[in-house]
Ligand binder design. Sequence first.
Ligand code: ADP
Length: 326
Amino acid sequence: MRTKLMPQKLVVVSLVYWVLLTYMVAALLWWFIALEKQNRDITQIRIAELMKDDPSFETKYEAIIKAQKRKTTQYIGEGSTFLALILLGAVFVYRATRRQLKLSQQQQNFMMAITHELKTPIAVTQLNLETLQKRKLDEEKQQKLINNTLQEANRLNSLCNNILLASQLDAGNYLRGEEEVNLSDLAEGCVDDFRTRFPQRQIHEAIGASLYLNGEPLLLQMLVNNLLENALKYSPKEKPVTIALAEVNDKIVLTVSDEGQGIPAGEKKRIFEKFYRAGDENTRKSKGTGLGLYLCSKIAENHKGYISVTDNSPSGSSFTVTFPLV
Ligand code: ADP
């Protein structure tokens, strides 16, 4: 439904746009032809008024032709300026409209994703609690259901945090605290948390000790969590995920790598855009909102750093965040 609606909208907008643009260019051309015709007629009348036996006939004739040429040059100059301005405006409007439509499509996708993302944990939690309430389960099964419920609650929590932070950052009213953060400890904490949540996954770590950064622990934690979450989400269960933190050339470098499907070259820049999710919305299986990496790039920026993605070897992706050293 959604994917069919957008191109239709785009067709109407494009049609109106091209009709208006063609009309403007045609009107400009018509204006030039009309003025040029008028110029020629005036020249003819002025030549006809000249007396053939006038001794200064040649000089006057040349002056009339010169005036005609001057007028033509003036019309061409003015016409070209107008045409350039119209085309410049047209390019600007075209790009702005396309960007707006794309954003609104991504927002629609986001709304669909978020509805799903919010409803699933609630439904799972409800079902698990009802099962625990109605049935006498053995200890192991009980623990499994409780763990599963906790995982869903965690997911819901990080989703709410992401949405809240994105809206605060967009509104420009996020007041970031500034303190010396032990990034090594913070990253270790995140890894421990993920190991508890995903005991079946291998998370390799190479975290250098005592690396400090000036910033906000809550934001930095979200950054590490989002990168680890993605690495686990977009790689098969049997493949490891690696997190590394080190000081390289007077910078703190955090890398999170996986051995998943990787990211096509054409998508590498776009995945940091708000609401952007790679691939086709209808066939995609993974859950998500397209906010995680947007927030990661904003958080990195907020800490005077930057984020980039490269291909991992032999497969998958490697996300690198580089921060200045304290
Ligand atoms: P979400 O995961 O909620 O869709 P993100 O902003 O975290 O949103 O990621 C944007 C997109 O980038 C994802 O939809 C996915 O297509 C791609 N992506 C992110 N991390 C990875 C990764 N580690 N491997 C492959 N693709 C990734």
